[in-house]
Design a protein around this ligand. Structure first.
Ligand code: DAH
Length: 346
């Protein structure tokens, strides 16, 4: 009996040595110290032994049990410690490491330019307004002195929406310019009015390096008593100074737009050649950036304003040109191409 116990103790000790996982330790415990283990059975059967033998074997068996329990406790502790160390090693977070970068979106260069332009005009007392891109012929053309069959319609090849009036004439279109908002604004607000209108416009044109069928414009409108051409020029000079820099030269020349009288175009000195003449400016040294003028009396009358009392100036510019000039980009299609390698630069 004693031999059996000794043997059992040795075997248990040996096996315990080989245990290196918490799970294995548990099955070791069940095997040697569990209810159905040899040792437990033996301890239970002590009662059947004669007294002398029972004392000797009982004492020894309890010793063995105590040793095994001790071994179990120690091993348990060792295993738990090593496990903790590996967990810390595997899962620890080094808070001194820099964060993982993740891709962040950014504003499109055209949007950035629009924001910048709006900020400049807002600081001069203008408010920003937007309007519908699908527009009535009336606001885009008629109300701006461009009746049906007027030659000025040819300047803006129009994309029509399939909506006709009783006489079979198309009445709805994709706005060809933001000037279409001017009459809407004057119908809604009363003077003094100072607004800028940024947004998309559409023209039925093939794309090339300087044209796309969809592009952005910003229009401006000021209506009040006593507004003169001097206010128009002053406002646009100030804008050019702030957007292009203090010493960029600006030029005004006469131009014709049916909704203004007089009408002008404003050009700035070419940023690429500094006025000497190059491909971008068509060898003129100047780049036209906007059309402007004093709102036509007929347009004012149409919204119930007396042109003897109220005067108004208006301007409109395509804004794609501006980042092109600033960054020396020679193809406007790049802005609409969704090529992230290009767009990420801004
Ligand atoms: N709407 C014109 C265009 O798209 C630009 C323009 C010219 C706007 C003169 C104006 C203006 O307000 O007065 O070509």
């Amino acid at each position: 009996m004693l031999n059996l116990l000794e043997e059992l103790e040795q075997r248990a000790a040996q096996e315990l040595e080989g245990v290196n996982q918490v799970k294995e330790l548990e099955s070791w415990r069940v095997r040697y110290l569990g209810k159905k283990s040899q040792l437990t059975k033996l301890l239970r059967s002590l009662a059947t032994l004669p007294l002398e033998q029972r004392k000797a074997v009982g004492a020894f068996a309890n010793q063995v049990k105590a040793k095994l329990e001790d071994g179990l406790k120690q091993k348990g502790q060792v295993l738990r410690e090593t496990q903790l160390v590996t967990t810390i090693k595997e899962k620890h977070i080094d808070i001194t490491l820099p964060g993982r970068p993740f891709p962040v979106g950014r504003l499109h260069p055209i949007t950035q330019t629009l924001h910048e332009i709006c900020d400049i005009f807002v600081s001069m007392g203008f408010q920003v307004m937007e309007g519908p891109e699908v527009e009535w012929d009336y606001y885009n053309f008629e109300a701006l002195n461009i009746p049906k069959h007027h030659p000025a319609r040819d300047m803006m090849a129009t994309l029509w929406v399939d909506v006709e009036n009783e006489s079979g004439e198309r009445t709805m279109l994709l706005r060809t310019h933001n000037t279409s908002q001017d009459v809407r604004v004057m119908e809604k607000m009363s003077p003094p009015i100072r607004v800028v209108i940024p947004g998309k416009v559409y023209r039925y044109e093939a794309s090339d390096a300087t044209h796309t069928p969809v592009f952005y414009q910003i229009d401006g409108l000021a209506v009040d008593k006593g507004i003169t051409m001097a206010e128009l020029k002053g406002t646009l000079y100030e804008f050019a100074r702030r957007f292009f820099g203090e010493d960029r030269k600006v030029r005004f020349r006469c131009d014709y737009f049916p909704f203004v009288e007089p009408g002008v175009e404003m050009a700035i000195e070419c940023s690429v050649c500094g006025g000497a003449g190059c491909r971008l400016c068509g060898n003129t040294g100047w780049i036209e950036i906007l059309g402007a003028g004093m709102t036509h009396p007929q347009v004012l009358r149409r919204v119930g304003l007396d042109p003897e009392v109220y005067t108004s100036f208006a301007f409109g510019m395509g804004i794609d040109r501006l980042p092109m000039l600033r960054y020396g980009i020679d193809d406007t299609r790049l802005f609409y191409g969704s090529d992230l390698r290009f767009l990420r630069q801004f």
